[in-house]
Design a protein around this ligand. Structure first.
Ligand code: G3P
Ligand code: MG
Length: 382
């Protein structure tokens, strides 16, 4: 496209715009790459246009996902330009990670245990550990006992109180995970097997629920639905969360009874995740500018002389390309950048959104697929 200068010109001025690509429904459908994903990403790479992959998916470490996706898309991806639903969990404080015990929920087997360890969490337990140690915690998960046992690790005895529950990815055994999370949220101080019944009257509609040091609960992905291989959208982590909200309300009376489920939810469309991604994009584009301009004294002086080179704004616009109006488009439309970066949104027809329907959140443009989205944005940049 004409607006992309030739490579030598390019070395002088890295583009002041970038892309944020959603993954499921934009670049892949489950394990299959979408037809023009390779073409779109390699075109941008050959013209030094920065991009970040911003997904509500996860379940493996970023390095593993980047390796798999690079192979699948035939494009070499940068792990620094890859944000998954749980990537921000790596930024928990050392105190949270080293002194406290966390329950990590979700993903295949105990992959997410290993991710949490690589993030620096020292004391990690998973539902499979608890179930293998005491299958009576969820009688209806007995059919999965062999799978849970294969991934279980022995529990400390006595089990220390759990301070935080981190839902890294979609749970595979909803019954067990719903039961254990509910047990912990009704417990005394996060001690499994206890009930917080400060008023000792568990006949109350809220089963004697009291704030009593129960663990913090974090969800990493709000998606009620997502575009998997099946032709119709499938339940995402948001579906599990809604199931927990229902069980919680049935047991404690829920919000009507003044006992809302205390939780934090990150991931698209929330500001927390867009700000996290934008910071990575900005530092990446600064790095590109610095490395490209290194020989140009004046510019390099300009960058190095500035006390906080992080305040240098090297990006004016980001084009968010997504398939889910509720997450990608809503988030991109509503995000207000502290650095004044303008986010615009392109909705593709290869995922959750059904072509021809009226999306609840209006994108800047609706296009067929990711290549069309890239061409539209490059036209906008003419
Ligand atoms: O679990 C993944 C799903 O929630 C959506 O992922 O890549 O479309 O944000 P993505
Ligand atoms: Mg998607």
């Amino acid at each position: 496209a004409r607006c992309l200068q030739t490579s030598t010109d390019q070395e002088r001025s890295i583009t002041r715009f970038a892309f944020a690509f959603d993954i499921d429904g934009v670049l892949v459908r489950s394990s299959d790459a979408l037809p023009r994903a390779h073409k779109a990403l390699s075109h941008l790479q050959s013209h030094h246009v920065p991009f970040i992959l911003l997904t509500n998916g996860g379940g493996k470490h970023e390095t593993q996902r980047v390796h798999d996706l690079s192979e699948k898309l035939g494009v070499s991806l940068d792990v620094e330009m890859f944000v998954q639903s749980h990537t921000p969990f790596a930024n928990f404080s050392p105190e949270e990670k080293e002194d406290k015990t966390v329950l990590v929920v979700g993903g295949d087997g105990d992959n997410c245990r290993h991710v949490a360890h690589r993030y620096g969490f020292k004391n990690v337990i998973m539902p499979c550990d608890i179930f293998a140690a005491d299958p009576t915690v969820m009688p209806f998960s007995s059919a999965q006992l062999s799978v849970h046992k294969r991934h279980a690790q022995p529990l400390l005895d006595p089990l220390p109180p759990i301070s935080t529950i981190l839902v890294f990815n979609d749970p595979r055994d909803w019954a067990l995970d719903l039961q254990l999370i509910t047990d912990l949220l009704l417990s005394k101080g996060g001690q499994l097997g206890t009930l917080s019944t400060l008023n000792n009257n568990t006949d109350l509609p809220n089963r004697g629920y009291q704030q009593d040091g129960q663990p913090q609960l974090w969800f990493s992905n709000p998606d009620l639905l997502w575009a998997a291989k099946h032709p119709l959208p499938r339940f995402g982590q948001g579906g599990f969360r809604e199931a927990l909200e229902g069980v919680w309300a049935a047991i404690t009376g829920g919000p009507q009874n003044g006992v809302s489920l205390q939780k934090r939810v990150i991931g698209k469309p929330y500001r927390f995740t867009y700000e996290f991604a934008e910071k990575k994009l900005l530092s990446h584009s600064r790095g590109m500018k610095r490395s490209t301009l290194l020989g140009t004294k004046s510019e390099d002086d300009a960058i190095s002389s500035n006390e906080d080179s992080d305040s240098i704004k090297t990006l004016d616009r980001v084009y968010m390309v997504g398939d889910n109006p509720e997450s990608d488009i809503k988030g991109g439309n509503e995000y207000r950048s502290p650095m004044g970066v303008k986010w615009r949104t392109a909705l593709v027809e290869t995922g959750v959104y059904v072509a021809g329907s009226e999306p609840k959140y209006k994108p800047s443009v609706i296009v067929g697929d990711v290549w069309d989205a890239v061409q539209w944005a490059l036209e906008e940049e003419r």
